[in-house]
Design a protein. Structure first.
Length: 382
């Protein structure tokens, strides 16, 4: 029962879309394509809307100005600390580099001498990249990295990643497929194998973002750039019930509220953590420390470029010959234009910023529920 205050809001986040769908779809009581895994439903999304595109672009430009010139918004300049001693790269950096480069080459070239191995390239490539990132952190941070200093947290993050991304796949049904996977019917791969490949791929999401976060923390100027800003205490009640309301309405208005997939759960989970006095990036805002929130958001954005570029290259220039079952395409209303070597529309990259924060608060929530260390800062424990 002590865990109930943590548990019930997230359970309600799962149930609310189903309750709403009962009324939104009176014939089937479920959105079209619901339950097909991996999701491959493609809806007829609204096309380009200049007004929406302009508003979103202006918001993104404003946020970019905020990141580049924080002193304009009340942040104090902070002198960075000394750069930690640099060491040689650890052995896993080189092992990860070999895996990353080989499977990257295999996934993009789709060469035949390795037979069906090309179908399995996605996850080994990403785990190789994650080890490369960790090796960079190890070198730049005097031998401290998630693998070397917090291996248990590192492994647990991969397990949380599977269930965390399944949560968002579930939400994707209710916005009628903002993303879908067109290559899930590859001859020679059974459906059970496809499901296994997807679940393995899901292990990479949380660790990759956390590795980027720890890497950004090794940059002395960046790590302190947003630590002394305006104090902003967010009301937990408004976050929780506002998030519930958005999640419920999302099912009735999947096109204008497609962004609730990320914002709704983030509001609820963050509100719960704030109410229970559990540290999270939003509670740090009340102390004027914006660095955790901004750095994990940037970590997600930087990792997003690799997600999108590698995904795009795995299918193009001949998508009909793609061999990557994990390949995805976006079907986003109003702004699905300007694709630069990515299936993600240009303005859509902005969504990676809140996603990074959401990833961390979900991890903190899971840690408090199940009792494991949730800190990804290498100089402290939580």
């Amino acid at each position: 029962m002590k865990k109930w205050p943590l548990l019930w809001p997230v359970l309600l986040c799962l149930v609310l879309p189903l309750i709403a769908a009962w009324f939104a779809y009176p014939d089937t009581h479920l959105p079209p394509g619901f339950g097909v895994f991996p999701p491959d439903y493609v809806s007829d999304m609204p096309g380009f809307n200049l007004l929406v595109f302009t508003v979103v672009a202006l918001v993104e430009i404003a946020f970019g100005i905020f990141l580049l010139f924080p002193t304009w918004f009340g942040f104090k300049q902070v002198s960075p600390g000394p750069q930690p001693s640099k060491l040689s790269f650890p052995i896993w950096f080189w092992i990860g580099g070999v895996f990353m480069l080989f499977f990257w080459w295999l996934m993009w070239t789709r060469v035949t001498p390795f037979g069906d191995l090309v179908y399995y390239a996605f996850s080994p490539m990403w785990w190789g990249f994650i080890l490369v990132l960790d090796g960079l952190v190890y070198r730049r941070n005097n031998g401290n990295s998630l693998v070397s200093s917090k291996p248990k947290t590192f492994v647990i993050s991969a397990l949380v990643s599977v269930f965390g991304w399944l949560f968002f796949e579930y939400y994707d049904y209710f916005v009628l497929g903002n993303w879908y996977y067109p290559n899930t019917h590859i001859p020679g791969l059974s459906h059970s194998m496809i499901v296994a490949l997807f679940l393995i791929a899901y292990t990479t999401v949380w660790p990759a973002i956390f590795e980027w976060y720890t890497l950004l923390k090794t940059c002395p100027k960046l790590s302190v750039r947003y630590t002394q800003g305006p104090k902003l205490a967010l009301p937990s009640t408004l976050l929780i019930w506002g998030g519930f309301a958005l999640i419920f309405l999302m099912t009735f208005l999947p096109y204008p509220l497609f962004w609730v997939v990320w914002i709704g759960p983030m509001a609820v989970v963050s509100g719960v953590l704030i109410r229970l006095n559990i540290w999270n990036p939003f509670s740090a805002l009340a102390e004027g420390n914006w660095a955790p929130m901004i750095l994990v958001a940037l970590a997600s954005l930087f990792n997003g470029f690799f997600w999108e570029v590698w995904n795009y290259g795995s299918a193009h220039p001949m998508p009909e010959l793609a061999t990557n079952p994990n390949y995805w395409i976006y079907n986003i209303p109003y702004v699905n234009v300007i694709h630069i070597f990515a299936e993600m529309p240009l303005l859509g990259f902005f969504g990676y910023l809140p996603f990074g924060v959401l990833v961390w608060v979900v991890f903190i929530w899971a840690g408090k529920l199940l009792g494991f260390d949730t800190s990804i800062d290498l100089d402290q424990k939580s």
